[in-house]
Design a protein around this ligand. Sequence first.
Ligand code: CA
Length: 223
Amino acid sequence: MTAILVVEDNHALREVLTTALREEGYTASGTATGRAALQSLEEGTADAVVLDLGLPDMDGIQVIEAARKLGEIPVLVLTARDALASRVAALNAGADDYVVKPFEFAEVLARLASLLRRAAAAPWAPLQMGNVRLLADTSTVAVGDETVSLSPRERGLLELLLRRQNHAVPRAEILREVFGYDFDPGTNAMEVHVSHLRRKLADANVRIDTVRGVGYRLVPKEM
Ligand code: CA
């Protein structure tokens, strides 16, 4: 079972988070101090950390740095709405994502699931479906024997679709993961990138399917 460490000195919030995580099938433990968090991290029992930055005994940034030293433990930071500087510091220290307080638990859960998926996929394995093969650290995709160049957003989009092949990826997730939007900007930027990517995958034996009202998915062409 996946173990989540919740580091939050607000007792009520810590209880809400650990209880809700357990209801979602995670093993969740809670600590109120940075010192206890560092100890848990060193014991190696946590698969991911949900971390409040304002802790009574130390700056949460120190916990992030410790987690980074110990390897690929995803860290989701909880920050106050007005704390832009600390959010930036947290990301610079190696936090993987953040949620702004007050938050909806569903958002914490979605972010966490996304981080765990990414962690499970590391180290970066080639992503493949049919004759489409995406390699790490390149701006190209192999389609059969051909190499096709991709823009960063096309690459991000294709990576997401390949990771979830045959399953629909919701629009909101694409906007967040590929475009960095927490909201629908109301433009057709995503559609434009999808259409470019479709053209580049013309010779592939997979295609990008529109799932009406949901998003997009990558499916074999004969479907
Ligand atoms: Ca706090």
